[in-house]
Design a protein around this ligand. Structure first.
Ligand SMILES: NC(=O)c1ccc[n+]([C@@H]2O[C@H](COP(=O)([O-])OP(=O)(O)OC[C@H]3O[C@@H](n4cnc5c(N)ncnc54)[C@H](OP(=O)(O)O)[C@@H]3O)[C@@H](O)[C@H]2O)c1
Length: 324
């Protein structure tokens, strides 16, 4: 049984540690926070034995084997690298790094040290998402021609909030835009062309985008994401013999509508336990037990492909962060 720690005590740290109880092969035993008070409160909430606010003590702890990094994007690489150097495996929230150069550096270090390092892209581990994609790719909809996916909500107004703050690599693309883009990669790979419009806001971060991605075979994808307005969290996959509409939340789904040929629309349900974060927790435990440095569901190479696409979009439309 692997012993887990978590870095950060915010929104996703709560959701992930709570969901991990549905998983297997490991258990959370410790937490690191910049504040001892927050670490103590988090440890008490989840019944963890160890609460750290001293980073060196956390890194040196003999009681922790693997760490889930749930801090803002800008801390991911530095924290992950410190963990790897300390011999601890790292499951790093998305995006694993702000740009490709940093991600490559991190994964190279993982390979050199032989220590597991994984981007926590939970959608790729979700069995319903995997099943829907598999059926679409296996011809249920005929030849695939088009994909579409949304992710939109109104971010908190506070300009210092991590979503709005350029110093924390705020913006829509790195936080939510990467979800619709993972579907496009799963359907058609890397695009030959990207067109669209991206809006930057007052703090300088990107707020919303409508992008069209084109592929060598003539296929296309449309993705829409925003921190300024709500969007239905649905996705569509279209082929020459039908379409599938993955219902909200499409990136952690439990229902899809299938229109195939002339048959009536079929509503299909997929059981989902908890919110669905435990799948990547269990997969990580299994991968480490098998001596892997990443998970087959979303390898380090897959993660680099994603970040290359994010870099392409930011190179064209921004934002460029001052610390890059
Ligand atoms: N997979 C998903 O579904 C999902 C969902 C949401 C977010 N995320 C990812 O998870 C990461 C964290 O997002 P979140 O929504 O949980 O953020 P959050 O609620 O703001 O929590 C981030 C935590 O990181 C710690 N932290 C360390 N350095 C910080 C700094 N300079 N400023 C602020 N906090 C700092 C804080 O904990 P202490 O004060 O205890 O140190 C804070 O509570 C992001 O990279 C995001 O992309 C993933």
């Amino acid at each position: 049984m692997l012993r887990w720690g978590v870095m950060g005590t915010g929104n996703i740290a709560h959701q992930f540690v709570s969901d991990a109880r549905h998983g297997s092969g490991g258990e959370f035993v410790g937490v690191y926070s910049r504040s001892q008070q927050k670490a103590d409160a988090f440890a008490q909430e989840f019944g963890l034995q160890h609460a750290f606010s001293d980073l060196d003590a956390f890194l040196a702890s003999p009681d922790i084997d693997v760490v889930y990094i749930a801090s803002p994007h800008t801390s991911h690489v530095e924290q992950a690298q410190a963990l790897l150097e300390a011999g601890k495996a790292a499951l790093v929230e998305k995006p694993v790094a702000v740009n490709r150069t940093d991600a490559e550096r991190l994964y190279q270090r993982s390979q050199e040290l032989g220590v597991f390092c994984q981007e926590a892209f939970w959608t790729r581990f979700n069995p319903a998402y995997q099943q829907i994609l598999e059926q679409a790719r296996d011809g249920r909809l005929g030849a695939l021609r088009h994909g579409q996916a949304n992710f939109g909500f109104v971010s908190p107004a506070d300009p210092e909030h991590r979503l709005n703050n350029p110093d924390l690599a705020g913006g829509a693309l790195l936080d939510i835009g990467l979800y619709p883009l993972i579907l496009t990669l799963d359907l058609f790979g890397e695009p030959t062309e990207i067109d669209g419009r991206v809006t930057l806001g007052e703090t300088g971060v990107d707020r919303s985008a409508d992008l069209v991605l084109s592929y060598a075979g003539g296929e296309r994808c449309a993705v829409h994401f925003s921190l300024d307005y709500e969007l239905p969290q649905t996705a569509w996959i279209s082929g020459e013999n039908g379409w599938a509409e993955i219902q909200s939340l499409w990136f952690a789904p439990n229902r899809a509508h299938w229109q195939v040929g002339s048959a009536p629309v079929a509503v299909e349900h997929y059981p989902l336990l908890g919110k669905g974060y435990h799948y990547e927790f269990t997969a990580t435990n299994e991968a480490i037990a098998a001596g892997r440095l990443d998970c087959a569901e979303h390898t380090q190479a897959d993660s680099l492909t994603l970040i290359r696409l994010l870099d392409r979009i930011r190179d064209r439309w921004g934002p460029r962060y001052s610390f890059e």
